[in-house]
Design a binder for this molecule. Structure first.
Ligand code: ADP
Ligand code: ASP
Ligand code: MG
Length: 440
């Protein structure tokens, strides 16, 4: 059995939902994971923000606009009157909950309950649409099996056991529909796998029952060799290894949630990226095989903070780095890049919620410089270090100021730290030097 995940655009209009229906009805049993309709989660985030800021009138206006959009979509999607009113009843109960929320005290738990509604709406609507089309499908509530632990990590034993019993208890059917993104936390409160988390739901489910394959269906024909939002003439990459895909996802390729490949890697369950609007395009196959050497793709991750820690006696003082790393570890902050010299160590973090505490501790024994608004540009491939084409990367040194460079840490990745304002220019320059036939 396979797991197929469809993203926001894929379920974002009646036309696209009909494409999804065609893709999933090939006669084989499958689990279908759906995101919220495109734009919905952003709207729910905005509604929660208004509630947090005590601007309930603005929240109510937004809720009413969204309610109307959903009713219009239902009228277009569900011509069968019983199903139409059943779905409208459900949708109205969701919007009632949202309206009631505008009167409540804002908490993180309330925000998470609000954010969860997008996937609950899309799956309910789509399951009813399949029923209308005479397709055998069952809704599996993600909250009955998807769970994170007290460290916010997926609880894979729980997920495996509860997913299996959810399937066993469900009515036998061709298609099992479930919600991406949402889960319970260790206190049984509704939570989520962070933005873009439906991809992660799909691979967690795939790992739970050792699926034959996980497919991520989106609005582009696979992983491109550069960020198509900023660079023209990017191309889809037909094959990537798990390592290469993990680096690209972690370092900002938005097509995949950063942790997407983690659950399926150990069992070598292939992940296929496909375009809902062009199902015949090859897409990208992520598997154990590595095809070709050299740099294959570039991605960029924003909101990076760089910290330079200077001490006159850094290297002579053994245990200096240990002391530094311990401060980050006790403050639950992971480090992405690191470079060292005789007197200083520079490193980067992307989660700065404990930055003040970290700086206060570092300040006791070192001089510190902090630069915010940095981006990591990551060049990913196989055997990238020493590959004959890699030298071309240094051509950009004349155009872009590089703050840090990490070369040789792994054979899959070369990372550059730059000011975020130089990101688009850097991505474009790298594209022309590395992937286009530019004479040097
Ligand atoms: P979905 O809603 O289906 O999950 P996302 O918006 O999360 O879709 O991801 C798909 C988008 O990721 C594409 O439309 C594209 O703009 C963006 N993207 C960024 N980097 C890449 C890349 N390297 N390859 C493909 N798409 C990318
Ligand atoms: N709907 C969620 C989001 O927009 C999850 C997802 O689409 O993967 O972040
Ligand atoms: Mg996504």
């Amino acid at each position: 059995m396979k797991v197929l995940k469809f993203g926001g655009t894929s379920v974002g209009s009646v036309k696209n939902m009909s494409n999804v229906k065609d893709i999933i009805t090939d006669g084989s049993k499958k689990v279908v994971v759906l995101s919220a309709m495109s734009g919905t989660t952003n709207q729910l985030v905005a509604i929660a923000k208004y509630i947090e800021n005590n601007e309930s009138n603005k929240a109510i206006d937004k809720i009413n606009v969204l309610h109307e959009i959903y009713f219009n979509t239902i009228d277009e999607l569900l011509k069968e009157s019983l199903l139409n009113s059943e779905v409208k009843n459900y949708v109205s109960s969701v919007f009632e909950f949202l309206i009631e929320s505008t009167d409540k005290d804002y908490t993180e738990a309330l925000k998470n309950r609000i954010l969860a509604q997008g996937e609950l709406l899309s799956t309910f609507m789509f399951n009813s649409y399949l029923k209308q089309e005479g397709i055998s499908s069952t809704l599996l509530p993600a909250l009955s099996f998807m769970r994170i632990d007290e460290f916010k990590e997926p609880d894979s034993d729980y997920i495996e056991a509860h997913f299996k019993s959810a399937i066993d208890l469900a009515e036998d059917s061709e298609i099992y529909i479930t919600q991406g993104f949402i889960c319970l936390d260790s206190n049984d409160e509704i939570s989520n796998l962070q933005r873009g988390g439906s991809d992660y739901t799909a691979t967690l489910i795939g790992a739970a029952f050792k699926a034959d394959e996980v497919q991520i269906w989106t609005d582009i024909d696979g992983m491109h060799n550069n960020d198509p939002r900023y660079v023209e003439n990017t191309r889809a990459i037909s094959n990537l290894s798990f390592e290469e895909a993990a680096e690209l996802a972690y370092f900002g390729a938005k097509i995949l949630h950063p942790q997407t490949v983690t659950p399926v890697r150990k069992d070598s369950i292939p992940v296929r990226l496909k375009n809902t609007m062009k199902p015949d395009a090859h897409g990208t196959l992520i598997s154990n095989s590595t095809l070709g050497d050299g740099i294959k793709a570039i991605a960029a991750k924003d909101n990076i903070t760089a910290i330079k820690i200077k001490s006159a006696r850094m290297l002579q003082a053994h245990g200096f780095l240990k002391k530094v790393f311990e401060i980050f570890a006790t403050n639950e902050t992971s480090i992405d890049m690191i470079t060292t010299s005789e007197v200083a160590v520079s490193l980067t973090i992307d989660d700065d919620k404990n930055l003040d505490k970290i700086l206060a501790e570092l300040d006791k024994f070192a001089m510190i410089e902090v630069d915010k608004n940095q981006s990591i540009v990551c060049l990913v491939g196989h055997s990238v270090v020493n590959h004959q084409g890699t030298y071309k990367l240094f051509k950009i040194l004349q155009d872009v100021k590089i703050r840090m460079i990490s070369y040789g840490g792994s054979n899959n990745n070369i990372s550059l730290l730059i000011d975020s304002k130089d990101k688009i220019n850097t991505l474009q320059k790298l594209n022309s030097y590395l992937f286009e036939l530019v004479t040097l």
